[in-house]
Design a protein around this ligand. Structure first.
Ligand code: PRP
Ligand code: MN
Ligand code: MG
Length: 215
């Protein structure tokens, strides 16, 4: 996807850096379940891997294909950000599972652990359904923003990042930038004061967008 380079301050992780880290995580995760009777009951049911839409979609697609164990793909969606750049803490379930996870090994896949409200809400919901285990893989952990009281300790973390608004590889700002193959820091003027908003069109216009003046 093309874009105006002014919209991104800095590329944090290139396509290659992401691919290499996802491969490592895939190996680490597979190893952690090795020897387990994944699924329970001697049936060796596949690992239930839950993609949290929409942000985790790109990471999920690459991660499940780097696992050496079989996975059952499931999807959930929550909403906390709305159109803004900060979490409100009020999490809502947008899409729930339609399968029973009782007795199953579950791996939650998230693109980013920020305040932690989304993940806390999701894990509580899953734990209440009696799974055999719930582990969590997050690509990015914005550690200094995570609310310690939520007690979240993801088993698998791709990268710890500073407190900056990141987009790409699934991560959006107001539903934009998800298709970027790399992860970068969004320039504050893009989401900043109302006077400096970018003009968008569905395709093509964005590349030519410039910062709006005060008129
Ligand atoms: C984002 C992100 C995580 C969550 C992290 O999702 O993908 O799911 O926020 O924030 P938190 O740790 O502060 O709760 P968002 O609600 O923007 O939906 P999206 O995945 O559809 O972009
Ligand atoms: Mn999300
Ligand atoms: Mg989002």
């Amino acid at each position: 996807p093309s874009m105006n380079p002014d919209e991104i301050d800095e590329v944090l992780f290139t396509k290659e850096m992401i691919a290499s880290r996802v491969r490592e995580l895939g190996a680490e995760i597979s190893e952690s379940y090795r020897g387990d009777d994944v699924g329970g009951g001697g049936l060796r049911l596949p690992l239930v891997v839950i993609c949290t839409l929409k942000g985790a979609a790109a990471f999920f697609a690459d991660l499940v294909r780097s696992l050496s164990c079989d996975s059952q793909w499931e999807f959930m969606a929550f909403s906390s950000y709305g159109g803004g750049t900060t979490s409100t803490g009020a999490v809502q379930t947008v899409l729930d599972l339609r399968v029973d996870i009782a007795g199953r090994d579950v791996l939650v896949v998230e693109d980013i652990l920020d305040t932690g409200h989304t993940l806390r809400y999701m894990i509580n919901m899953l734990q209440a359904r009696g799974p055999k285990s719930v582990r969590t893989a997050v690509l990015l952990h914005k550690a200094e923003r995570t609310v310690a009281e939520l007690g979240l300790t993801p088993e698998f973390v791709g990268f710890v990042i500073p407190n900056e608004f990141v987009v790409g590889y699934g991560l959006d700002y107001d539903q934009k930038y998800r298709s970027l193959p790399w992860i970068g820091v969004l320039a504050p003027w893009v989401y900043g004061d109302a006077d400096s908003k970018i003009k968008y069109s569905a395709c093509g216009g964005r590349g030519k967008a410039t910062k709006q003046s005060d008129d």
